[in-house]
Ligand binder design. Sequence first.
Ligand code: ZN
Length: 291
Amino acid sequence: MKKDYLVKALACNGEIRAYAVRTTNTVSEAQQRHDTWVNASAALGRSITAGVMMGVMLKGEQKLTIKIEGDGPLGPILVDSNAKGEVRGYVTNPHVQLPQNTVGKIDVAGAVGRNGFLSVVKDVGMKDHFTGQVPIVSGELGEDFTYYFVASEQIPSAVGVGVLVNPDHTILAAGGFIIQVMPGASDETITMIEENMKKIPAVSTMIEKGLTPEEILYQLFGQDKVQILDTLDVSFCCECSRERIETVLIGLGKEELGLMIEEDEKADVECHFCNETYHFTKEELEQLLDK
Ligand code: ZN
């Protein structure tokens, strides 16, 4: 299987900043880890795809968390990403499968909900956080991320994210792009992009047809107008570990840990983000109690 990667680029003489990514494997891993059904796969996959591109807009050790809280059956969706192309995420109710929407597509808005909030918390280091929150405007997520950039970051943008799901729930294709208009961009450039966006196929279709992230940008701007700046591997990656879970258990305090040993004689701790379960025997818990 072709590896997932992302490109950062400039287009139209620097008037446009652009990102494009293939996330088929990354979304597949999320689908398998969380056993998501069709609508959950599409919603989580779109969020992961937008999230990984937003992550690489950060620098160094910075990271961000996206929370989408709609009033649909999926419940909250959470995605974490960083500047290294690592992303993880989950949806509260993974077993959501609804009939197709009126245009014969996966009903993402129906699953996410058309009311609620999309928030982004950026951890930029030194205990500094930036939070931006916007109302959900469509629930299809691409438009919601577009609205986030415009309303919260004041950057005119276009976000395209898409996931194709096979009948057996596996992921056929996933990917996306983010286009950002730089100050001083000409009306001509903006009109050209708007026209191109109407003509190009859905981003998930382009990925399915085998287009690379570079080629998606060529479709949007014309090959001669794209200057690729950087290429980065992307993957589903969770920072949880047995050591971290041990720290959390120790952090519960002697009393609570003691109660756990007495009543349950074991502990199974699940990481929400990657669905990994960490099992601790009574003896292991007693060793933690001694620390
Ligand atoms: Zn984890």
